[in-house]
Design a protein around this ligand. Structure first.
Ligand code: IMP
Length: 196
């Protein structure tokens, strides 16, 4: 899956892991956000959530598949007691949103009277979350906040309040740290952007 930059010698590759190009299926991606930068920001978000919800027992809802890495790091950066569940929605295939959101795996925690944080990898058009947040409110939680590692402001078509945001990024396709291109790239430690 990985395409190493042919301009680099193998020894250089070992010491410059973060500078390599990667290939997923037919596309090449270049380094965009380093693991160090991501983890620093996730720690800050965890600290912020810990302060905002002191003494409360949160429910984190991770949106599968993309949010699993971000959620794993985020909950461990939060110093509070919590429950964690996942939901699977889908509006994406390849590089484009299909525009239709389908719920594939449902909720297994009673959210009535609970403080909830929905965890998403990336907000692109916002359609996935817009529909899901609307459905979530019918389950009568006390509060719903949204954490998203990435937001593409230029792609947004729906008003989505992101309470805990990692980074605003340009409207270009990215993979890594849970994000995929047709199933590949999720296990990359840092985030890579589609090369021109
Ligand atoms: P939205 O409904 O258009 O906001 O799409 C959100 C979902 O699309 C995310 O949860 C991702 O699964 C996927 N997605 C959007 N942009 C990207 C990207 O740049 N890389 C990988 N997946 C993406």
């Amino acid at each position: 899956m990985y395409l190493y930059n042919s301009n680099l010698k193998s020894m250089e590759l070992l010491s410059q892991q973060d500078k390599k190009l990667v290939r997923a299926h037919d596309l090449t991606f270049k380094p965009f956000l380093s693991e160090e930068k991501i983890l620093k920001r996730v720690a800050e978000l965890g600290h912020q959530i810990t302060n905002d919800f002191k003494g409360k027992k949160l429910v984190f809802i991770g949106i599968l598949n993309g949010a699993f890495v971000f959620l794993a790091d985020l909950v461990r950066a939060c110093d509070l007691s919590c429950e964690i569940t996942f939901i699977k929605l889908s509006s994406y295939k390849g590089l484009k949103s299909k525009g239709k959101v389908t719920t594939l795996i449902g909720m297994d925690i009673d959210l009535k009277g609970r403080d909830v944080i929905v965890v998403e990898d990336i907000v692109d058009t916002g359609k996935t979350l817009y529909q899901f947040l609307k459905e979530l409110k019918t389950l009568e939680p006390t509060s719903v906040k949204l954490a998203s590692l990435l937001v593409k402001p230029e792609a947004l078509q729906y008003e989505i309040p992101v309470d805990y945001k990692g980074f605003d990024i340009p409207n270009k396709f990215v993979i890594g740290y849970g994000l995929d291109y047709n199933g590949e790239g999720r296990n990359l430690k840092s985030i890579y952007q589609l090369a021109e």
